[in-house]
Design a protein around this ligand. Structure first.
Ligand code: AMP
Length: 361
């Protein structure tokens, strides 16, 4: 008899014990905080029609390469969700009557045929908060304040939000004389800055015959970029956001970084990423004002943030064990019934209580 594999599929994992409790705690903090901000829970299927996941104007070619795809028994072409934004946009296309603004929170597993390595899996949990219907930067303000509060509640003592705007990147690409037809290619390469460093990016740009002088602009402060670019109005949305954040005394958590691109193609405006303790993002998001329209729906502006729940667990999880129990009840002799009654009374007081079910001597 051949034995069945006991290990999960490559890039996926079983999460048990301390780690599982740490993950639950993080999910709970995100859900509770988002609820306080008025986000409504929502559930969408893990399986989507492939045409939705690969729609033009959606996440783009690079995301498409990482899709899990299959045919069901009726030969429908399907795929597993790789994030929540595309599914949410589909819901908005199908339900145009929903009153705006809409604030939703989706928590669940997503699937990417990524190269598995430390902090990078093929199945992982995201918690995705989105605001649909708000054109001005108060939506970004809410998502960034929510993110700061979540990271503080988890217990990180050092973290920051990296912020940029796709419109600024586009202006910088113009300054760097990147032709329009090579924009997506250049963005894809720039998105690898954290992974392969400036030299790696330079090499890849050269290989694609894209001038590397865009790299010269990527360390500049917002004021210098404003005076360098052709269309200075592209810095206004970020200036508005920073002014909001300053009034809320949150500016110390935020860093402008013109090299932040974000991989998915549907972003149109402000983009951000959360960094806490490690050199990879524990969350990311941004504005995607054209996605719902390009899937055939109404012209609805939208912004979202996706927390990488597994990554937050991996980065923070080991520091603090969530206590499993408040009380453990051990019945002596023939006292199981009384002991179980006591257990139930303590549970009624919201304590976490376990009783020795195996009734050992
Ligand atoms: P993204 O929109 O792709 O930046 O994803 C949002 C967040 O999900 C990231 O900031 C990560 O924290 C997390 N994430 C993305 N890809 C993976 C992965 N392969 N494994 C674990 N977490 C991931």
């Amino acid at each position: 008899m051949t034995s069945l594999p006991t290990q999960p599929v490559k890039g996926m994992r079983d999460i048990l014990g301390t780690q599982a409790r740490a993950k639950k705690r993080i999910e709970f903090i995100i859900s509770q905080t988002a609820q306080k901000y008025g986000f409504e829970p929502m559930y969408v299927p893990i399986v989507e029609n492939l045409s939705v996941l690969t729609a033009k104007g959606g996440a783009g070619e690079e995301a498409g390469k990482e899709l899990y795809t299959f045919e069901d028994q009726s030969k429908r072409k399907l795929g597993l969700r790789f994030e929540f934004t595309t599914s949410l946009a589909r819901v908005m296309v199908g339900n145009p009557e929903l009153p705006k603004p809409i604030k939703t929170l989706n928590v669940g597993t997503v699937y990417r045929y990524d190269n598995p390595q430390a902090l990078r899996y093929r199945e992982f949990t995201q918690a995705d908060g989105d605001i649909i219907g708000v054109k001005n930067e108060s939506a970004e303000l809410e998502l960034i304040c929510l993110s700061i509060e979540v990271l503080q509640k988890i217990g990180f003592d050092s973290f920051y939000v990296r912020v940029n705007d796709r419109r600024i990147v586009n202006e910088l690409l113009k300054l760097g004389k990147v032709p329009a037809e090579k924009t997506n290619e250049a963005l894809r390469i720039l998105d690898k800055l954290d992974k392969i460093g400036k030299e790696g990016v330079e090499k890849e740009l050269q290989e694609k015959n894209i001038l590397t002088n865009i790299l010269d602009y990527l360390d500049n402060p917002l004021s210098e970029i404003k005076s360098a670019v052709e269309n200075a109005s592209v810095t206004q949305p970020l200036e508005n956001l920073f002014s909001f954040l300053e009034k809320m005394d949150k500016l110390q958590f935020v860093k402008f970084d013109p090299s932040l691109v974000r991989g998915l193609e549907y972003y149109t405006g402000i983009v951000f990423e959360l960094f806490a303790g490690v050199n990879v993002a524990v969350g990311g998001g941004g504005r995607y004002d054209n996605l719902i329209k390009s899937l055939g729906g109404p012209d609805l502006p939208a912004v979202g943030i996706s927390f990488g729940v597994d990554r937050l667990m991996d980065v923070f999880g080991e520091k603090e064990d969530t206590p499993k129990l408040d009380v453990y009840v051990i019945p002596f002799g023939n006292t199981f019934n009384e002991a179980f009654q006591l257990t139930q009374d303590l549970r009624a007081q919201s304590l976490s209580v376990e009783i020795d079910l195996m009734q050992r001597n």
